[in-house]
Design a protein around this ligand. Structure first.
Ligand code: KDG
Length: 315
């Protein structure tokens, strides 16, 4: 059984080769991406036994996703294959001229959007969830369909033995026809929550630290990520703030997932909260500096040296 279960949709991902603008790109690159599987990949790369759980279509994209994750050391034995619905797809359009980078989704009616409460109550997944040390979820799943929203409500209320972590992962286009109040409800049922300050403004209407904590009083660990400046963890033992690393950003997609993988792997290893935040920043920096959704980490001894730096050397 894996220590960690990351549950959520992964899609085929298409992006113009060499960062060309989408409207006149001639060559496209095919890869895969999904917030929770990005976290699973990051955790596996740090030596944490991790399962990624979802549904994919009985199609080549589904096969590719499963194969790539498996080849990277993520357990995929709990993934369901849907004979009737396709694997979702998204297109990552790079920034050009005045227009910022954007993501276009082709995921309505996907195999993953058919996840429902029965899925998580069926063996062997039901037992795997009971035994995991950590279950990682995100707000994206709650916006995929009504059945996914119901499943998320059950995942965050079930009496699981391990920690339930919820990354708000605000995706405006998925919440157009849904009530984002659900995100606050889910976050308050989780043990650990991560949210960007910018996301909190959009999802909860405030970017003020104390007001966010007032809206999310229940998680014992609340991590507020302030993009390029710092990450703050509000915990039962106090408030910890660690500055981000200064890097030349190539593309931000996936950096939040890398941060989550770094931070969570640190907590699982028993690092202090500030050290776990540093590991989160390091993993995020590796992703911010590449075009892919996840950058490779430096070797473990380099990471350990960086985690042990004095505060003034770190920032
Ligand atoms: O966090 C990165 C994700 O945004 C990307 O991999 C695609 O899962 C995705 C989503 O739903 O946006």
């Amino acid at each position: 059984m894996s220590e960690v279960i990351c549950l959520g949709e992964t899609m085929a991902m298409v992006t113009p080769a060499n960062g060309a603008p989408l409207h006149h790109a001639e060559q496209m690159t095919l890869a895969m991406g999904g917030a929770e599987s990005n976290v699973a990949l990051g955790l596996a790369a740090m030596g944490v036994t991790t399962s990624w759980v979802s549904r994919v279509g009985a199609d080549d994209f589904g096969t590719r996703i499963i194969t790539e994750l498996k080849d990277s050391g993520v357990d995929t034995s709990l993934v369901a294959i849907d004979p009737n619905r396709p694997t979702g797809l998204y297109v990552k359009a790079p920034a050009h001229d005045q227009s910022p980078a954007k993501v276009l989704y082709y995921r309505a009616g996907s195999a993953a959007s058919a996840m429902n409460p029965e899925f998580i109550h069926t063996e062997p997944l039901a037992s795997a969830l009971q035994q995991a040390k950590l279950i990682h979820l995100s707000g994206i799943t709650a916006a995929l369909s009504d059945s996914c929203a119901r499943m998320m409500l059950e995942l965050t209320t079930a009496p699981y033995g391990g920690t339930v972590c919820f990354d708000v992962n605000w995706r405006a286009s998925l919440w157009k026809d849904r009530d984002p109040a659900l995100l606050q409800q889910l976050a308050n049922r989780a043990d650990a929550v991560m949210v960007g300050i910018d996301e909190a403004e959009l999802a909860f209407g405030t970017s003020d630290e104390q007001q966010i904590r007032n809206l999310l009083p229940d998680p014992s660990v609340l991590v507020l990520k302030n993009e390029s400046t710092s990450a703050i963890a509000l915990t039962e033992d106090g408030r910890f703030e660690v500055p981000s690393l200064n890097v030349d950003v190539v593309e931000p997609v996936g950096a939040g997932d890398s941060f989550a993988a770094g931070f969570l792997s640190g907590l699982l290893e028993g690092l202090s909260v500030p050290q776990a935040l540093r590991r989160g920043h390091l993993a995020a920096a590796c992703t911010l500096t590449v075009r892919a959704d996840r950058g490779d980490l430096p070797p473990k001894h380099v990471i350990d040296q960086l985690l042990d730096l004095d505060d003034h050397q770190w920032s």
